[in-house]
Write a protein that binds this ligand. Structure first.
Ligand SMILES: [Zn+2]
Ligand SMILES: [Zn+2]
Length: 185
């Protein structure tokens, strides 16, 4: 049992900002993590279509947290359930949070506060090992101290909790995927 991870768009920050947007698939569950700001929504849709997925096929959207750069394009996915730190939302239903995605036992949510009090990370068990989508890092280049963090000490303890899981790959909020061994010590 494992899930497949594809990075649709690697994010960046600078004069402009884009979110890292990730596709996760397991069984019939098709998840998009952080469909936020991008240069053009084709930066999400074209890689999605290239993988044979139509936006109406997406069953779940996960928000790492509530900032617009990670949520702006959420409405591209008309049939999805939306998941965040608090709950699952679909149409006019507001239901309890599921820590493990229904139908996707390899995909789970972990509370990782620090950037905001409402940050979660998505943990994905793949054939290669654990992959984590998280805003605990903007990119492998830093910044080590998050200038927007609500609580830097909490952020650092969340980072340590994620690294303790020994992920093989981290997809940061605004950068390309990296291995924990690429992080500065
Ligand atoms: Zn943010
Ligand atoms: Zn961000």
């Amino acid at each position: 049992m494992s899930a497949r991870v594809d990075v649709l768009t690697a994010g960046y920050v600078g004069d402009r900002v884009a979110s890292s947007v990730v596709l996760v698939r397991e069984n019939d569950v098709i998840v998009v993590v952080d469909p936020g700001m991008v240069a053009d929504r084709s930066r999400i849709l074209e890689p999605l279509h290239a993988l044979g997925v139509h936006e109406d096929d997406v069953t779940d959207v996960i928000f790492s947290h509530h900032h617009p750069d990670h949520t702006l394009n959420a409405a591209l996915f008309a049939r999805a359930s939306y998941r965040d730190v608090w709950a699952t939302y679909r149409d006019d239903r507001w239901d309890d949070r599921c820590d493990v995605l229904p139908g996707a036992p390899s995909v789970s949510l972990m509370d990782t506060p620090g950037h905001t009090p409402q940050d979660i990370s998505t943990l994905i068990e793949t054939d290669q090992g654990l992959v984590v989508c998280t805003h605990l890092w903007w990119s492998v280049e830093g910044p080590l101290v998050d200038p927007l963090a609500s609580d830097q000490a909490q952020l650092e303890s969340s980072r340590a909790a994620v690294l303790a899981l020994a992920p093989v790959m981290i997809v940061p909020g605004h950068g390309a995927p990296f291995s924990p061994s690429d992080l500065p010590v």
